[in-house]
Design a protein around this ligand. Structure first.
Ligand SMILES: [Zn+2]
Length: 159
């Protein structure tokens, strides 16, 4: 593995691999990691990848992911794989999958959508209409969200 040359192995924690190039810092944001937690974090960007051309990798020692964090990572890095490391070995490896229905994580950009109604707001719900590039459609007003808009919403400080 080429990345082994760049970053030493971790004893236990999570390696998020096959992140689209340029999204590693967004993944850290989603995990709420700033580097001040005292955890060893390795971020490798623009690593050559057979599958993606170039990719980013994030390794976090002593940190495992909540299902809601996995869902959010799937939305901004649909190609990512999540490796759980224990005793320097890959204990489990799985590919993320953007959920077919996304409830409550994203906002509908249509101001007239019932999910944005001031009086009786309905929980936003989006249906996945395309995987690559990722595209979601509001279940109520059919407004679509592009992959770029999804990333923006998930990493914006107001999101
Ligand atoms: Zn809508």
């Amino acid at each position: 593995m080429e990345e082994g040359l760049l970053v030493r192995k971790i004893r236990e924690g999570t390696v998020i691999d096959h992140i689209p190039a340029g999204r590693a810092l967004n993944v850290l944001k989603i995990l709420g990691l700033t580097g001040r937690e005292g955890l060893t974090i390795a971020v490798v960007m623009n690593v050559p990848s057979r599958k993606l051309g170039v990719k980013d990798i994030v390794k976090v020692e002593k940190r495992f992911l909540e299902p809601s964090e996995v869902d959010k990572i799937a939305l901004i890095a649909p190609s990512a794989t999540i490796n759980i490391i224990r005793d320097f070995q890959v204990a489990s490896k799985r590919r993320v999958e953007p959920p077919a229905v996304v409830t409550g994580i994203l906002r509908c950009p249509n101001p007239n959508c019932v999910t944005n109604s001031e009086r009786e707001p309905v929980t936003p719900r989006f249906v996945r209409v395309s995987l690559s590039p990722l595209k979601l459609k509001c279940a109520y007003c059919e407004e679509t969200l592009s992959e770029a808009e999804i990333v923006d919403q998930l990493v914006s400080p107001y999101g």
